[in-house]
Design a protein around this ligand. Structure first.
Ligand code: AMP
Length: 146
């Protein structure tokens, strides 16, 4: 999909926002939802998305929405670090299919990095759901005291 393609209200993240598709949520407020990536590149890989629909990517977003959204990304990333104690954390964001974007609703990846554990393929293999639930519980607990 091109950088300027129209927003599809039936993309998978819009369905998660509407509650039509399940997600293992770790954070939600009026601005954003964060949930576990079901095809994770590392343990604890999660996504932060704006609740507001309409922006396919970062470039298409209303600039006024970005500050509050990025504040949520930082908050969730701090929860991931506190809950999972990775050695590093990558915060990534893709724009357009040629850049690696596969879901066309603006989102940020939070990818914990553990030394010696190579990253898995982007949007690759589906995770074990019980393991995702366990990681999510640790992140939620960390966020609750942040
Ligand atoms: P991107 O490729 O940057 O657009 O990222 C989309 C991400 O969404 C990928 O990392 C996918 O693994 C992830 N993903 C796709 N469908 C779902 C889903 N139903 N629940 C959670 N994560 C998903």
């Amino acid at each position: 999909m091109s950088l300027t393609a129209p927003y599809d209200q039936n993309n998978i993240f819009a369905k998660i926002i509407r509650g039509e598709t399940p997600a293992i949520k770790i954070f939600e407020d009026d601005v954003a939802i964060a949930f576990m990536d079901i095809f994770p590149q590392s343990d604890g890989h999660c996504l932060v998305i704006p609740k507001k629909t309409g922006a396919t990517n970062f470039l298409a977003a209303d600039p006024a929405d970005l500050g509050p959204l990025v504040a949520r990304v930082q908050r969730v990333a701090n929860g991931v670090v506190k809950g999972l104690s990775p050695d590093g954390v990558r915060i990534m964001q893709f724009n357009g299919a040629p850049a690696g974007q596969t879901v066309f609703h603006l989102h940020f990846h939070i990818i914990p990095i553990f030394e010696g554990a190579p990253l898995k393929q982007h949007a690759g293999k589906k995770a074990d759901i019980a393991q995702l639930e366990n990681l999510a519980a640790r992140i939620r607990a960390a966020l609750a005291v942040n």
